[in-house]
Design a protein around this ligand. Structure first.
Ligand code: ASP
Length: 446
């Protein structure tokens, strides 16, 4: 297979062409054409991915749980997964805090720029603040109440309710273990077949991926730049140092923490991991949504990295909703940056509060574009920094969102491989894009 026939290269080529098209469109005044005729293909691509997410999680998780020999294994795997997710997120926040305290990007922002940015983003800050207030005014146990749906159809009707779908699938799966085999086997085999069908739809969506990312990237450039490409350059030069610190910290986490997990705690080669997961990273980068990327992450982990469906169908949907290392790291850097730029001194206690609230805020962040900045307001409030400060960073949020989402998805996949290895359910990886069978343990072997 030639290099350009490989999926991740096709996606990279699509991204680069999308970037070039976006810049040319702004310079030549082709924005309307781009928005009318090119952007819709990106939306179609995202819609296809979202369309598959709920059926994929339902079918694969019910079959996965029903195939477990006992329910104890589920609670053990669940406890371990959540503990590792929270620990890696806390490490990410710590890396973010160390970087922003070391480089102090906020100290180099002139106060005229602070005022100008605050003025131009005032309306947007107000609407985000009211969203964050809504999220905050709920009782302490509200997140747990929200996890249990009162209506299954409604829960599956919105991808934002992925955690509810996970709960429904686990309940069904546990119930299936408890009824007679003669009754459960038929239903499991139907769901298993349905799962194969859904995975074929993922393949079809991935055939669209290079065109989808071309369209998404050109749309992002045209929407951010408006009529003037200079706007992007001005913003990047003003906030370049802040972006540099966020990107450096994200790279450190993705290039050190995850490799340590894979290299020292699993038998997988680093190159295998990164090659296997690359298409999911590229889709995450282009869509800025770990929720929309979930079907691709699941497919890559099962088909290319050799993770048993029983593990991936549980660990990955949970990860896409609660494990956001990139988002938490970004929230920590952004909070300290705003404090520095507005001249607020943070104590050591404030920094500890950031670790705690950023981990929780990232757990509560919805897996869609731009959600991280809304939950950032909760972190700001906890350390007494005015929420209007997010005006400083709104302009570059979209670009950083693409990067933090990529780290979020990489983190989910790394923990998934780790758990699969610990559970003895990591098979041989297949790195070709050919139609390899999914790794699946024979139910009779257990
Ligand atoms: N876009 C991110 C995600 O979907 C969430 C965020 O805004 O940080 O993972």
């Amino acid at each position: 297979m030639k290099w350009y026939q490989k999926l991740h290269w096709k996606i990279i080529i699509g991204m680069v062409l999308g970037l070039v098209w976006g810049i040319v469109a702004v310079m030549m005044g082709w924005q309307e054409f781009t928005l009318d005729w090119i952007s819709p293909w990106g939306k179609i691509f995202i819609n296809m991915l979202k369309l598959i997410a709920v059926p994929l999680v339902l079918t694969s998780l019910i079959v996965g749980v029903a195939s477990l020999s006992d329910v104890k294994k589920l609670s053990r795997m669940g406890g371990k997964t959540i503990a590792i997710y929270l620990s890696t997120t806390a490490i990410a926040v710590t890396i973010g805090l160390l970087s922003v305290n070391l480089f102090k990007p906020g100290n180099s922002i002139p106060s005229e720029l602070t005022n100008k940015l605050k003025k131009s983003y005032q309306a947007s800050v107000e609407s985000k603040t009211s969203n964050a207030k809504k999220a905050q005014s709920r009782g302490p146990l509200q997140p747990i109440i929200d996890m249990v749906p009162s209506n299954m159809i409604q829960a599956s009707a919105n991808n934002r309710n992925m955690l509810q779908v996970v709960i429904v699938a686990i309940l069904f799966g546990i119930a299936l273990i408890q009824i007679e085999n003669s009754k459960s086997d038929q239903l499991i085999s139907i769901l298993d077949n349905a799962n194969e069908v859904v995975l074929k739809v993922v393949d079809m969506a991935m055939m669209l991926a290079p065109f989808g990312v071309f369209s998404l990237l050109s749309n992002t450039i045209v929407s951010v730049a408006g009529n003037d490409i200079g706007q992007i350059i001005d913003l990047i030069s003003a906030l370049g140092f802040y972006c540099f610190v966020v990107i450096l910290a994200l790279l450190l986490h993705a290039g050190v923490t995850f490799p340590i997990l894979i290299k020292f705690f699993t038998p997988m080669k680093l190159s295998t991991f990164f090659k296997g997961i690359a298409p999911a990273q590229l889709v995450a980068f282009s869509t800025s949504s770990s929720g929309a990327t979930l079907p691709v992450t699941m497919e890559r982990c099962e088909k290319n990295l050799g993770v048993d469906e029983e593990v991936s169908s549980f660990v990955l949907p949970l990860g896409s909703t609660i494990n956001m290392d990139g988002t938490a790291l970004y929230q920590a850097v952004a909070a300290v940056f705003i404090a520095q730029a507005t001249g607020i001194d943070l104590t050591f206690g404030d920094q500890l509060t950031i670790i705690f609230t950023a981990v929780l805020a990232s757990v509560g962040t919805v897996a869609i574009p731009g959600a991280g900045i809304i939950m950032l307001l909760i972190v700001l409030e906890a350390i007494g920094v005015p929420s209007a400060g997010i005006a400083l960073i709104l302009g570059v949020d979209r670009i950083l969102d693409m990067l933090r989402t990529t780290v979020n998805v990489t983190g989910d996949a790394a923990v998934c491989v780790l758990i699969a290895h610990q559970e003895g359910q990591l098979g041989t990886p297949h790195l070709t894009d050919k139609d390899e069978p999914h790794f699946r343990m024979n139910r009779d072997d257990k």
